[in-house]
Structure formats: C-alpha cells, structure tokens
Design a protein around this ligand. Structure first.
Ligand code: SF4
Ligand code: SF4
Length: 452
C-alpha cells in the first residue's frame, strides 16, 4: 500500500505491545490507526464535546472507535482487495467532519481527521475525484483566475432554480446558501509587504477565506497589530513563485478532500515565500483556525522537511500571538469598552484542538468591561464544505443543533464571536445572525486608530 501522507511519526507506536493489534498492512498508517485501545471512551454519554457525528447519530459506528474497527478490518484484508473504494469504509468515514476532537480528547490521541485525509487520498486514487470535490478544492484557484465566480455564487444564492441545478449536477444542497465572496480580494497596504527584520516584525498570512471572502478581518488584524507597535508585513508569493500573482494558500481545501499532491504544491509555495522569515525567526500570524492548524499539524505529514517543522513552530493564531506578547509585556493596546451587551463565543474545533481558547479568553479580557461567555459545543457541523453537500446538509444542521444553535437562540440579543469562517456561515444559516472574528472586536475597541 503506497501511502500519501508521511506517517513516520508513528513508526514506534505500539512496538513491543502484544495487544496493540497493529493491522497486517498499511505500515506506519496502520500503527496510527492502532493507537486506539478500544476502551470506548468516545462512545459514552454524557460525552463532552467529542465526536459530533456520534453525538448527532447516537450510533457507535460513527464514533472514532467505531471507525477504527472498520479501518482495521480493511487493513487486515477482511473487506476485500478494494476496501478503500468500498462501501463499508465509505460509510464509516463519511460523517467524520475532521474536527480533531478525538486527537484532543481521546486519551490515545487518535487523529481521525488525518486518517480521513489518507483514506480519501486512497479512495481518490482508486475512484477519481468528483466534479464537486474538484470545484471545492480548487476554490482558491477559481476565485483568482475567474472573476465571474464571484457573480455566479451571488446569482446562485438569489435564484432557486440555479440552486436546484447546482444540487442536481454538483450535489451542492439547494437548501443552503453559499458563502459569498467580497467584491474584491484583500489588498495589502502598499508599504507593508517587505519583510522588516527587527524584533517587532510580524508577518500576516492572509488565508484564502480572509482574502476572498472577508478581507475586513485581515485589515482589522493589520490595524490592531500596527497599533500594538508591530511592523506588519503581509505574506506575498516569492518573486520566483510559478504563479507570483496568485495569493498564497495553505492548501487546506485540497487537504480536507484528500487531494494531497495539490496541497503539497500550495505548501511549497508558502515555504518558498517564507524562507527568509523562517531563517530570521519572524513570527507568522494567521486568522483562520483550520489554515493555521494545517500549517502547524497537517503539513508535518506532507513530508516537506525541516522548513515545515520550523513553520509549525513559528506560526500563531492572531489571538495566540496577542496573548503571548501581552504575557511577555511586549504588547499594550489602548482599548475602550465596546457597546454594552453579552458576547457569546463559539470556538472553532481546530482552535480548541491547538488549545487556543485560553488565548482567546485572555485577549477578550483585555477589552474593558466586556461581558463574554464561551459556549460549550463540538463542531458547528459546517466543517468546510461538508454542510453544503446535498447528502450532508441535514446532519450538518443536527450537529449545530446539539449545542451551538440552542445556546445562540437562548440569548437572542447577544453579539456572537466565532473565529472560524465555516462556523460563521453555519451560524448565519442556523439563526440568521452575523458572527464576528476577534480581530474585528479588537479593532473596534482601539481608542485610537492607526493608519496602516
Ligand atoms: S478512539 Fe480513543 S476514546 Fe475511542 S475507543 Fe479508541 S482509544 Fe478509546
Ligand atoms: S475528527 Fe471529529 S468527527 Fe472525526 S472521528 Fe474525530 S471527533 Fe469524530
């Protein structure tokens, strides 16, 4: 079995343990599957926030441990030669939304989100990639090369027959609105693109979602970091990049659909652009949790060498960087109170997976008099494109209804904070209210605006 991801970190997992139950094929990937000890902790009630697919279906087959059983059977040859293109594995893996709840909460840190990427890559190799998966994964390219994509998405959202056509031919749910791109992508402030080498230098990575959909978040982050005294450079492609005009992307859309080679191509572009910053130790700050977790975690499985390791250690979520610098007494922000009222906070699963909720709490405490409350919830159910897919639209909403949407409805006047792009879209769909990124809150709370 030729593996698509680098699973060598699991090389010694279960070695010498007669009960590890390492499957007969699959090499280090099989060992990553076998770290599950079948203690069924992920199938208990009440169940905290782990595994939204199990919580929504109440079916143990849809828990991390349930999936492991089918994966082991496949790797032991019990499901036939084409197990990775077969129905049993497809059913086991289909509702995993890649939230990494298991990696964070399971005592053995089963990383089902990464296992699903390998599964999808194996399946793609055997079955090919559907038009829907190709279109969704290619979104960063589509939005760059085809300006009309922005208008098509807006038309589709306003026309029920276009939405129905999209469901019939692409499998995109007609019940769901698509996130609408902004009129134009993010434009880096003209003097902010050169890397400045000093101990107040910071590089802002503007991901695909901030770039094409919500550039105001990147602008706000730039403004806040500048107000805090940092010299902010926006990360742009290297001069010798094959596509120097196309914005950089971490490859998240490819990775989450098992298109590993395309994700590697995007990751290499980022490495090229960051070469001198990585050598200089300049911090890299990003806004979208799933993109930052890709850089910090998933990219380590792409076999891209030492620079990927260096990047994983140098990249921060916006709130992590603000909290870290505040703790080190290197950062002061002159902030005023925001308009009164409660703010409910929904954490993106990947924010929780990297332990960034603590940083977010610290940052929110910096805003005078802010009355905020964290919602205890698992994945919002949107999970990238999952909630937009015709066959998953309903279960996606059931996941949102587990905790998130009831909590929002219970406080109809509260402001909502959600740092995840998909989460904000799911909230808009579920309760017709707009959620905001913490960078916008901090920007609004600045006493004095700094031009950037
Ligand atoms: S996935 Fe983790 S919690 Fe679930 S059965 Fe396996 S070891 Fe236990
Ligand atoms: S990644 Fe999330 S949805 Fe998938 S098995 Fe783990 S907890 Fe469940």
């Amino acid at each position: 079995m030729k593996l698509h991801l680098d699973w060598s970190a699991y090389e010694t997992a279960g070695q010498g343990d007669a009960y590890a139950g390492i499957p007969a094929t699959g090499g280090d990937f099989a060992k990553a599957v076998a770290v599950c000890i079948s203690d069924k902790q992920c199938q208990r009630k009440p169940k905290g926030v782990m595994c939204p697919s199990f919580r929504a279906t109440d079916d143990v087959a849809q828990s991390p441990g349930g999936r492991v059983q089918v994966l082991k059977a496949a790797l032991n040859g019990e499901l036939g030669e084409s197990a990775f293109a077969g129905k049993a594995l497809a059913e086991a893996m289909e509702l995993c939304v890649g939230c990494k709840g298991c990696k964070r909460e399971c005592a053995n840190q089963v990383d089902m989100a990464a296992i699903k990427i390998e599964y999808q890559a194996q399946r793609n190799e055997k079955q090919g990639v559907s038009l829907r998966e190709r279109l969704i994964a290619d979104l960063p390219q589509q939005l760059h090369h085809h300006v009309f994509m922005r208008s098509i998405i807006r038309w589709r959202n306003r026309s029920s027959w276009l939405a129905k056509l999209g469901e019939v031919f692409l499998g995109i749910s007609a019940k769901r609105k698509l996130p609408e791109p902004s009129a134009a992508p993010y434009e880096a402030p003209a003097f902010s693109t050169a890397v400045i080498k000093d101990d107040r230098a910071v590089i802002l990575f503007v991901d695909t979602f901030s770039n094409h959909f919500e550039p105001e978040i990147a602008q706000a982050a730039h403004e806040v970091l500048s107000a805090a005294g940092y010299h902010v450079s926006t990360l742009l492609p290297a001069a010798n990049d094959d596509e120097p005009e196309r914005a950089l992307c971490c490859g998240r859309t490819y990775l989450s659909l098992g298109q590993v080679e395309q994700a590697k191509r995007e990751a290499r572009r980022m490495q090229l652009a960051l070469r001198s910053a990585l050598a200089a130790g300049t911090p890299i700050v990003g806004l979208e949790p799933s993109c930052i977790l890709s850089l910090r975690d998933d990219h380590l499985k792409l076999g891209l060498g030492d620079e990927a390791v260096a990047l994983s250690k140098q990249v921060y979520l916006f709130e992590e960087f603000i909290a870290r610098e505040h703790d080190r007494k290197r950062l002061t922000l002159d902030l005023k109170p925001l308009p009164p009222g409660k703010t409910l906070v929904h954490g993106h699963c990947h924010q929780k997976a990297v332990g960034a909720m603590k940083s977010l709490r610290k940052v929110l405490r910096m805003i005078p008099e802010l009355d905020f409350e964290f919602i205890e919830s698992s994945c919002c159910g949107m999970a990238g494109s999952f909630g937009l897919e015709a066959e998953h639209a309903d279960i996606s909403m059931q996941m949102a209804e587990l905790d998130l949407l009831p909590a929002l409805r219970a406080s109809p006047d509260a402001a909502i904070l959600a740092n995840g792009f998909s989460c904000r879209h799911q909230i808009r769909e579920g309760v017709e209210r707009n959620a905001r990124h913490v960078a916008l809150l901090l920007r609004d709370a600045l006493k004095e605006k700094t031009p950037c």
